[in-house]
Write a protein that binds this ligand. Structure first.
Ligand SMILES: Nc1ncnc2c1ncn2[C@@H]1O[C@H](COP(=O)(O)OP(=O)(O)OP(=O)(O)O)[C@@H](O)[C@H]1O
Length: 232
């Protein structure tokens, strides 16, 4: 695999259900992601975007085809191997998924503490730094209930990036946000990705994100229908 390639997906097929209900969701999907790139994954509802994201994110087992991530083949990998790889990724899901009983800092600390053996003071220091980067230093002690939607999503961004992941996978991170907050969150992801060399794959229906992506992959009925680089 090219050393600049972080993710290489080849001939990926995926099925859901069994017996008569068995339905193919992905058909021979192939693409690769260069280190440090910011890629939007587009496509109509049901086209397979989340399925691709969860397969690349080691959240489901690869059934057929090849997914190479960080020089590991996911097809046939053990659960322990998948867990270890998952710990090197950052996830941002729609609706932020913050723990309501934990402060912003504590939520972000969880992004460090998924890796065992990180002492509390170090995790806290990293979390404070990450919250500063997303412009929330003055909200560090707030519970999610006291933050706006955009602020919560920025906490989620900080949590995803705090462990310095090689790859950030985001599933519709701006869906619940107004135009300005959405632009802010995307710019933030992009800027922090650039600064740290993080690769980002972002599933979205949001057309506003398109002109910010280095590359747009479009899925249609489980197949890659288009692969565009907007700025050539
Ligand atoms: N757990 C599941 N069980 C059965 N079918 C599923 C499951 N998850 C997804 N599917 C089916 O697989 C196909 C792809 O779904 P997927 O969620 O990947 O699409 P998507 O492009 O992310 O859609 P959306 O934009 O609506 O989230 C759809 O036909 C969907 O119904």
């Amino acid at each position: 695999m090219d050393p600049d390639t972080l993710v290489d997906v080849r001939g990926l097929n995926h099925w859901f259900g069994s017996g008569e209900a068995r339905k193919q969701a992905l058909f021979e999907v192939s693409f690769s992601l260069t280190r440090g790139s910011f890629t939007a994954l587009m496509g109509p509802s049901g086209s397979g975007k989340t399925t691709v994201l969860t397969l690349v994110g080691c959240l489901r087992a690869v059934q057929d085809g090849s997914v190479r991530l960080l020089d590991h083949e996911l097809n046939g990998a053990t659960e322990a191997g998948l867990v270890a790889l998952r710990q090197r990724l950052g996830f941002i899901f729609q609706g932020h998924n913050l723990h309501e009983s934990l402060t912003a800092t504590q939520n972000v600390m969880m992004g460090v503490q998924v890796r065992r053996g990180v002492p509390d003071p170090l995790a806290r220091q990293a979390a404070s730094h990450a919250l500063g980067l997303v412009g929330l230093a003055d909200r560090a002690g707030y519970l999610p209930a006291n933050l706006s939607g955009g602020q919560k999503q920025r906490v989620a961004v900080a949590r995803a990036l705090v462990g310095n992941p090689a790859l950030v996978l985001a599933d519709e991170p701006t869906a619940a946000l107004d135009k300005d907050s959405a632009a802010e969150v995307v710019d933030l992801l992009k800027r922090m990705g650039r600064a740290r060399g993080t690769t980002t794959l972002l599933v979205t229906h949001d057309n506003r994100i398109l002109d910010r992506a280095d590359r747009i992959l479009t899925l249609q009925d489980g197949r890659i229908a288009r692969d565009e680089a907007p700025r050539g």
